[in-house]
Unconditional design. Structure first.
Length: 206
């Protein structure tokens, strides 16, 4: 209850302070990247309940001759890269927190297609609301391997506390100011998760 109360108070305060920034960013996205302004994608939340996560778009919708989207590195413009480095693309996620889909702090919500690929230990990350930021984000973010990222997520779930959430929020502010760990080495986005060793030693993959 205290965590949810903290979410609501901080998000309401952030929206009051940042709405001009959000409005200005939305106008720039519409002008420089076109419509729609928002990127919406189904993501699994607590207890695997699927919701639509919302962010500002950071890529164009350019396609090839067959109508297939071009690679991420082609569609990511310098403006889109700025949105990611500054974390401005994450601001609409405050609405997900206000609705109760997400929390300010928790494991980042990943793709729905990853759900059957988790091993028994990794599934623990869905015992709590996903977060805009989390323990993995302040300890390497996209420069972590999937195994390390999931290990940090599970550690958070097992050790979460009010004090830890406050620490993560402060560390997140520092990371945003430093613009650290935004991109995985050699990639503009995180490489896809294709499976992990299960508790029984078997490999889950697509």
């Amino acid at each position: 209850m205290l965590k949810r109360l903290l979410d609501i108070v901080l998000v309401c305060a952030a929206l009051l302070l940042l709405w001009p920034v959000m409005l200005f960013t939305a106008v720039l996205v519409r002008i420089l990247l076109g419509g729609p302004v928002f990127f919406r994608q189904p993501r699994p939340g607590r207890n695997d309940r699927v919701f639509n996560m919302i962010k500002f778009r950071s890529m164009t919708n350019k396609t090839d001759a067959n109508g297939q989207l071009l690679p991420d590195e082609v569609r990511l413009t310098s403006f889109g890269s700025f949105l990611r480095r500054s974390s401005l693309d994450e601001l609409p996620g405050l609405l997900n927190v206000l609705r109760g889909d997400m929390s300010l702090v928790g494991p980042r919500p990943l793709l729905v297609e990853y759900l059957p690929l988790y091993n028994a230990e990794q599934k623990c990350r869905h015992n709590v609301r996903p977060g805009i930021t989390g323990w993995a984000q302040v300890n390497g973010r996209n420069n972590l391997s999937w195994e390390d990222k999931f290990a940090l997520d599970v550690w958070y779930v097992k050790n979460r506390s009010f004090a830890l959430d406050i620490k993560i929020l402060f560390l997140t502010i520092l990371k945003v100011l430093q613009r650290a760990d935004i991109e995985q080495d050699g990639h503009v986005t995180m490489s896809k998760f294709t499976g992990s060793t299960s508790a029984t030693g078997e490999k889950h993959d697509q």
